[in-house]
Design a protein around this ligand. Structure first.
Ligand code: NAD
Ligand code: ZN
Length: 341
């Protein structure tokens, strides 16, 4: 089969011929139709410090996919050959304390598909049946292929009630722009989105932002707060990983408000603790998706009409994967889809 492999510890990805994997006990074999490129795949492609610490080459990368079950190992129940599926990218161990208390998203022994074991950028993928999500026929293959990052956005955005609330989203990237659509869909009042890229702010507006702020152009969140006659935001979604963005968020939150932290901030990030303490802010770290409530929420939003279509900006045949990574590297894109059919 064709597979996109991180062959050696340097920048790049290589299209290789690999044997079709065999599903073991409780596994399924998925024939891949569409995959989407995640920021994580871009990190691995670029071979940054995190990838150098984390990825053991050779590795088939990728974890955002939609496909069809073509073979099942012994013991698989509730699934059938021919089922259209996607899947959770984190494999939980099922026996640690968190797994046993139903918090699989904070499993002690989590294994990442396409990070710690062979991933979905291939014609076929073997995964545990317990990671599979069967797709409602109203959900397209493309939407299914972006459910993993949509799930990050959902987990963060639906951490707190949103109806009538004023939301600040810092970072209108692949995840921030989807979080914008979720806040719109879930009934927020003002949704102010900041980014330093005009392309990404245009995307945020298409996804339902009521106001956008570009700090790189001298615009400030504070000025928007003033112009809207607000005292500050009720909900903050940090989705940039930028210390400056996080700092400006803390400055512009209302007393007693809540922040979900998804963006991965550098270790050296400084925080104004007094603002957090005296404003009595609640901070929640977000990792992955809740299994399986986040998936249920995503499924229902997609079925009842959330429109994520503007976030998919590029589509390539998998043989043109280099073009996909070039456009991801330029950041002048939303989600990029690779077609394997
Ligand atoms: P992305 O690179 O597409 O988006 C980040 C955006 O932040 C970009 O559009 C960038 O222009 C913008 N940005 C940079 N500096 C800014 C600033 N000062 N103010 C406002 N915006 C600024 O990344 P993504 O895929 O959307 O992921 C968002 C973040 O979440 C990343 O840090 C990523 O590593 C992290 N992430 C976390 C999890 C998790 O489980 N916690 C999962 C996936 C990704
Ligand atoms: Zn576990």
């Amino acid at each position: 089969m064709k597979a996109l492999v991180k062959l050696s510890p340097e920048k790049g990805l290589w299209m290789c011929d690999r044997p079709i994997p065999k599903p073991g006990i409780n596994d399924v074999l998925v024939k891949i139709r569409k995959t989407a490129v995640c920021g994580t795949d871009l990190h691995i492609y670029k071979w940054d410090a995190w990838s150098q610490r984390t990825i053991k080459t050779p590795m088939i990368i990728g974890h955002e996919y939609a496909g069809e079950i073509v073979e099942m190992g012994k013991g698989v129940e509730n699934l059938r050959i021919g089922d259209r599926v996607t899947g959770e990218g984190h494999i939980a161990c099922g026996h640690c304390r968190n797994c046993r208390r139903g918090k699989l998203h904070v499993c002690e022994n989590v294994v990442g598909i396409g990070v710690n074991r062979d991933g979905a950028f291939a014609e076929y993928l073997v995964v545990p049946a317990s990671n599979i999500v069967k797709l409602d026929p109203r959900i397209s293959d493309e939407m299914a292929a972006i459910m993993d990052p949509f799930g990050n956005a959902t987990h963060a955005a639906l951490s707190f009630p949103l109806i009538g609330e004023d939301v600040l989203i810092t970072g209108a990237g692949l995840i921030g722009s989807m979080a914008t659509a979720i806040c719109r869909f879930a009934g927020a009042r003002y949704i102010v989105v900041s980014d330093i890229s005009k392309y990404r702010l245009d995307l945020a507006r298409k996804m339902g932002a009521t106001h956008t702020v570009n700090p790189a152009k001298g615009e400030s969140i504070e000025a928007v707060v003033k112009s809207l006659h607000m005292h500050g935001f009720d909900i903050g979604l940090e989705m940039s990983g930028s210390p400056q963005a996080f700092e400006s968020m803390i400055e512009n939150m209302y007393n007693g408000s809540k922040i979900a932290l998804l963006g991965i901030l550098p270790d050296t990030t400084q925080v104004n603790w007094n603002e957090i303490i005296f404003k009595a802010l609640t901070l929640k770290g977000i990792y992955g998706r809740e299994m399986w409530e986040t998936w249920y929420q995503m499924e229902q939003m997609l079925i009842t009409g959330i429109d994520l279509s503007p976030v998919i900006t590029h589509r390539f045949e998998v043989d043109d994967f280099q073009k996909a990574f070039d456009v991801m590297e330029s950041a002048a894109c939303g989600k990029v889809i690779l077609n394997w059919e």
